[in-house]
Design a protein around this ligand. Structure first.
Ligand code: NAD
Ligand code: UFG
Length: 342
């Protein structure tokens, strides 16, 4: 049984991936400093899988603690690296925190991996590295545009650091997964997204509005050059996304990767506007979401959706879950968290 170290494994995407890894027969060691997660996520993982993975409350920037963790858990076969700060707006106000955590954290990880002979890495990148693309859908050959936020810059820098590390050190292989917009929660409603404070992202804001925690949703802009004027994104179910990590892991461990560094877009290939998403949520759940149109949000791109055909061809992966089911999962999770009974 291969042993996988998952940084940020109690976070939103990490916890769903840990479930899929365990259900695919991997042994998992989670490293998380709980800066954006709760330790009881472990209970949810255990309740779904019947397995309580090893957990180390460690900051990956703490070199000696991280190094000790590698030694303690013996032979680690590969790492999936989720641990990072991820709020675009916050990164503009706290840029140094973002560079420290995301870039220095990766450097610590790579040196610990080297010191312990761990040779395979899957890295959480983002479609944010493309900026507003010249053509849609976006495939992996699209140029990376200058980052529009320190967060986006950290993703570009981390991609470059991994690329350079592969050139420097032999026998090191990595897969960069560029996520589009992950949404939804596990169908069991035992794990999901736990945004702290007022959510920045659309779906948590929609579910909190439906739950009556927020008065109304602000739709940021209806004057984009799109069919209904609102911005378009590619919303990918977090469980589908998690399954892609298992496929990527199988590929790395089997050595069936075609180059030392591979990059895959992970999206549905379908663009959905903000207004379409809100109306789909109301149709799927039967719950009203009051909303108003306001001005555009600074830094937003008009429309982005993925060409994920490379992931389909090489990983044998596609996003399968229909949007109404995904939105229902997000609503079921919100109800569970808030103790809302039907
Ligand atoms: P999340 O905040 O829910 O999870 C990140 C986890 O990492 C948290 O549990 C946090 O406590 C932990 N963490 C952060 N810094 C750490 C450190 N220094 N040491 C140890 N643990 C640390 O975020 P998520 O949505 O699950 O995102 C996971 C990854 O995917 C991130 O790298 C993020 O940038 C990337 N990503 C996310 C999205 C998205 O929309 N959610 C989109 C594209 C890429
Ligand atoms: N939106 C609203 N109202 C809200 C929140 C969002 O109208 O209250 C709109 C946004 O303007 C945007 C769309 O909904 O048009 C999606 O916004 P999100 O904030 O959910 O997602 P983004 O596309 O802005 O960014 C997300 C993550 C980034 C990541 C990016 C690509 O927040 O970290 O996806 O992966 F880089």
């Amino acid at each position: 049984m291969a042993r996988i170290l998952v940084t940020g494994g109690l976070g939103y995407i990490g916890s769903h991936t840990v479930v899929e890894l365990i259900q695919s027969g991997y042994e998992v060691v989670i490293v998380d400093n709980l800066s954006n997660s709760e330790v009881n996520v472990l209970d949810g993982i255990e309740s779904i899988t019947g397995v309580r993975p090893a957990f180390e409350k460690i900051d990956i920037c703490d070199k000696s603690a991280f190094q000790a963790c590698f030694s303690k858990h013996g032979s680690i076969d590969a790492v999936i690296h989720f641990a990072a700060y991820k709020a675009v707006g916050e990164s503009i106000e706290k840029s140094l925190d973002y560079y420290y955590n995301n870039v220095y954290g990766l450097l610590q990880l790579l040196s610990s991996m080297r010191a312990n002979g761990v040779k395979h890495l899957i890295f959480s990148s983002s479609c944010t590295v493309y900026g507003q693309p010249d053509k849609l859908p976006i495939d992996e050959t699209a140029p990376r545009k200058p980052a529009t936020s320190p967060y986006g810059n950290t993703k570009q820098m981390c991609e470059d650091i991994i690329r350079d590390a592969i050139v420097s050190y032999h026998d090191f292989t990595a897969i960069l997964l560029r996520y589009f917009n992950p949404i939804g929660a596990h169908p069991s409603a035992k794990i999901g997204e736990l945004p702290k404070g007022v959510p920045n992202n659309l779906v948590p804001f929609v579910t909190q509005t439906a739950a009556g925690i927020r008065k109304e949703l602000s739709v940021f802009g209806d004057d984009y050059n799109t069919p209904d004027g609102s911005a378009i994104r590619d919303y990918i179910y977090v469980v589908d996304l998690a399954k892609a990590h298992v496929k990527a892991m199988q590929r790395l461990l089997a050595g069936s990767n075609k180059s030392e560094l591979e990059i895959f877009n992970l999206g549905t290939g379908k663009g959905v506007s903000v207004l379409e998403l809100v109306h789909s949520f109301m149709a799927a759940t039967g719950v009203k979401v009051p909303y108003k149109i306001v001005g555009r949000r600074a830094g937003d791109t008009e429309e982005v959706w993925a060409d994920s055909s490379l992931a389909e061809k090489e990983l044998g992966w596609t996003a399968r879950t229909p949007l109404n089911e995904v939105l229902l999962s997000a609503w079921n999770w919100e109800k569970k968290v808030r103790g809302i009974k039907e």
